[in-house]
Design a protein around this ligand. Sequence first.
Ligand SMILES: Nc1nc2c(ncn2[C@@H]2O[C@H](COP(=O)(O)OP(=O)(O)OP(=O)(O)O)[C@@H](O)[C@H]2O)c(=O)[nH]1
Ligand SMILES: [Mg+2]
Length: 219
Amino acid sequence: MRIKVMQDIMAANDLIARENRRIFDQHEVFVVNLMSSPGAGKTTLLERTLVALKNEFAIAVIEGDIRGQLDAERIGRYGVPVLQINTGGECHLDANMIRNALDRLELLVIENVGNLVCPAEFKVGEDRKVMILSVPEGDDKPYKYPLMFMGSQVMVINKMDLLGMVDFDVEKVEQAVLALNPEMDIFRLSCKTGEGMEAGPDWLRGQVRRERQAGTPCW
Ligand SMILES: Nc1nc2c(ncn2[C@@H]2O[C@H](COP(=O)(O)OP(=O)(O)OP(=O)(O)O)[C@@H](O)[C@H]2O)c(=O)[nH]1
Ligand SMILES: [Mg+2]
C-alpha cells in the first residue's frame, strides 16, 4: 500500500516537473537544481557564481528552506530577483509571476532544502542537478547516500581548504562516485579561498549557451 502511494506521489510530481520544464524550455531558461547536505556551501557557491555571472546573464534564484528568509536575504544583496519558498509554511509562488519573470530570464538556480536524500527523488523541472559534497561531511557519503550521486550530473567537492584537517580522501570519493555514475562532472573547489572557483561559472556559461543553441529538453 505504501509503495503504491509513493508511486502515485512520484508520478504526480513528475507530471508537474514536466510542465515546469516545458515552460522553462519555451522561454529558453536554463535551470539548475542545487542540492547538498545542510551547510555544504550551496548559498556561498551561489554568491560566488552571481559575482561572476550576474552581468552576463539574466539570473534569478529560488531559495528552498524549511523556514526563514536568511538565504534569500543573502542572495538579495547581489541585486538579482530572489524568491524564498518555505516548505513548512504556505507557498508563495504565483504562476503568473513566474511566467512574467520567465520572459526575461536566462538562468534560474534553485537552491534546494539542505538534505542529501529527499531532493534527489523529486524532479522540479531542472535542466541539470548539481550537488555539493563538502570535505567535513566525510568521504563515506557516496556509499551511504548513493541516489544523490547517481542522479546528479555535476558534483562539486567544496571546502577543499579543510583537506588534511579531517579524514577525507578525495581520490577515493571520486572513484566511488564515478563507479556509481561514470558521466558525473566533478569540480574541486573552496568557496572560502577561491581555489578552483573559475571552473563553475565556465561550466555554467557553456551549458546555458549550449542549451540555447540546441533548444532541446534532455528528458
Ligand atoms: N572552510 C570553508 N567554509 C565554507 C566554504 N564554503 C562555505 N563555507 C562555510 O560553510 C557554512 C555554510 O555555508 P552555506 O553556503 O550557508 O551552506 P548551505 O549549503 O547554503 O547551507 P543550508 O542552506 O543551511 O543547507 C558557512 O559558514 C560558510 O561560510 C569553504 O569552501 N570552506
Ligand atoms: Mg543555504
